[in-house]
Every structure is written in structure tokens, then in C-alpha cells.
Write a protein that binds this ligand. Structure first.
Ligand code: SAM
Length: 253
């Protein structure tokens, strides 16, 4: 399975009910207000924080590679009486009809790109869709390994509105520090009476040192203007949960 197809089928179905928290919309609202509109959220999934930002009257569109997640977003938008324009595309191969003043990901969704080549392609896509006076915001993190005692245990459970028991658990995990990649085999389960559906999927996260990310951004024609914590304060050197702020810069010859 391609990494961009991870959030499909049972994973999309269980994503909302099993979600441990929603991204705080405030840093993204502040970023858009500072950078201008139109704005674009990459990896908008089933609508957090895009729908909240739309209710604030912000002109924002979304992109996601999962038609199943976008179907959920459209359903939620309809239920809430919100209009939302979203595109089913991969963020490493964007082909959109507009340029944007603000392009961002909410939370470290960029780490779902499985390697540096995909990351570079995505940065090129962002550069190509950014207005010359525009800005990009890319949250990154270094995922911690799952503690050994949690392997094989249910990570999260929930009960669906129809009474089905939903569960996700970590089956196994491999971490490659040299490749900066962690692959977690996740088991998704839906149990309703005698019906028991199980699917196991590899969830790949790929991370960066600050210098490596800065070099990839420069190769795509993006200049890093600041590295902050998620609240916009300068990030300490050792911080592993950071927001990269970027502007169009000179392209590599
Ligand atoms: C962790 S979810 C975040 C969704 C939403 N922003 C939220 O906070 O609830 C990550 C989303 O990124 C999407 N995604 C993963 N890889 C992608 C890619 N290469 N291009 C576009 N979207 C991608 C997934 O389909 C999924 O909906």
C-alpha cells in the first residue's frame, strides 16, 4: 500500500471516532490572517481545522489524497451548512487552478511523506502554488518510539453510534534512525455482535533534522524565515515539535 493511501477504508471510518485530539485551529487562523488569502490546507482529511476556519469566514481550500476522508469532510460540511472546496490529489503532485497566499499543513502530516524524494516533490508543489508574496507553514516532529509494553495493546478504543466496538492497536514497530523512518504496523478492528472486521496496515513516518529540511526547502526554491514552537514562539534548539515558516526564495540553478 502506498503511504498516501493509508487513510482509506476502515482507517477513514475509524479516524474520527478514534481520534485522540483535534488540531487547535488558532495557530492556523493566525497564520492565514497574517499571510492573506486564499489559503490551502494540505492533508485536510475529514475537515479539522479546515471547517472551523471556514466558519470564521476565511477563504480556504483543501487537498487530500484520500477520497474516503474527503467524503467525510463533505458530509460534515453539509451537516454544518458550510461550503468547502476540496481536491483529491497528492500533495507531492499538486495541480490546482489557483495560487495561494497561505499554504499549510495542520499538525505534522508532512511526516507521512515516506522519504526525502517525496518531501522534495511536495516542497516543489508548494512553491509552484504559492503566490510570490505568499507564505507556507509546515509543522514537523520527530516521532517517539512506542514503548515496548504498549506493543500488542489497544492504543485507542471507542463505541460507534451503531454500537460497534472500534479499536486500533500497535502490532509491531521498526525504527531506522539512519533513514529517519519509523514503520508501525497498526491493527484496526470493528466488532459488532458476530461481525468482526480486521485490517492491518503499515503506518510510515519519515522525519528530518532542521538542516536537512532547510536544504530540501532551498532545493525547491523556498527560504526558511523562522522555526517556531506550535504557538509561534522561537523554538529551542532541542525542540522536536516545530513549525517551519517559509517564503518563496531563489530557485536552485
Ligand atoms: C493525520 S490525518 C490529518 C487530517 C486532518 N488535518 C486532521 O487534523 O484531522 C492526515 C491526512 O493526510 C492525508 N495524506 C496523507 N498522505 C498524503 C499525501 N501524500 N497527499 C495528500 N494527502 C495526504 C491523509 O489522507 C489524511 O487525511
Amino acid at each position: 500500500m502506498n503511504a498516501a493511501d493509508f487513510y482509506t477504508g476502515i482507517v477513514a471510518e475509524l479516524y474520527g471516532p478514534l481520534k485522540s485530539f483535534s488540531q487547535d485551529p488558532e495557530p492556523y487562523a493566525a497564520f492565514i490572517e497574517q499571510s492573506g488569502t486564499p489559503a490551502l490546507e494540505l492533508g485536510c482529511g475529514d475537515g479539522d481545522p479546515l471547517l472551523d476556519l471556514r466558519t470564521r469566514g476565511l477563504e480556504i481550500e483543501g487537498v487530500d489524497s484520500s477520497a474516503d476522508m474527503l467524503e467525510r469532510l463533505r458530509r460534515r460540511a453539509h451537516e454544518q451548512g458550510i461550503s468547502a472546496t476540496v481536491y483529491c490529489q497528492r500533495m507531492e503532485a499538486l495541480n490546482l487552478p489557483h495560487h495561494y497566499r497561505a499554504i499549510f499543513l495542520a499538525g505534522p502530516t508532512f511526516t507521512l511523506l515516506p522519504d526525502d524524494a517525496a518531501a522534495l516533490a511536495c516542497l516543489h508543489s508548494i512553491r509552484a502554488h504559492l503566490a510570490e508574496a505568499g507564505a507556507a507553514l509546515i509543522p514537523l516532529f520527530v516521532p517517539p518510539p512506542t514503548p515496548a509494553e504498549q506493543i500488542g495493546q489497544a492504543a485507542r478504543t471507542a463505541t460507534a453510534p451503531d454500537g460497534a466496538e472500534l479499536r486500533v492497536s500497535v502490532v509491531a514497530q521498526q525504527r531506522d534512525e539512519a533513514a529517519r523512518t519509523q514503520t508501525t504496523l497498526l491493527r484496526y478492528e470493528r466488532r459488532h455482535g458476530r461481525d468482526h472486521f480486521v485490517d492491518e496496515r503499515p503506518w510510515v513516518l519519515h522525519w528530518y533534522t532542521r538542516d536537512e529540511f532547510q536544504a530540501l526547502a532551498a532545493a525547491a526554491g523556498l527560504t526558511v524565515t523562522a522555526i517556531t514552537d506550535p504557538h509561534g514562539n522561537p523554538a529551542p534548539a532541542a525542540a522536536t515539535d516545530v513549525h517551519f515558516h517559509l517564503r518563496p526564495g531563489p530557485r536552485d540553478p
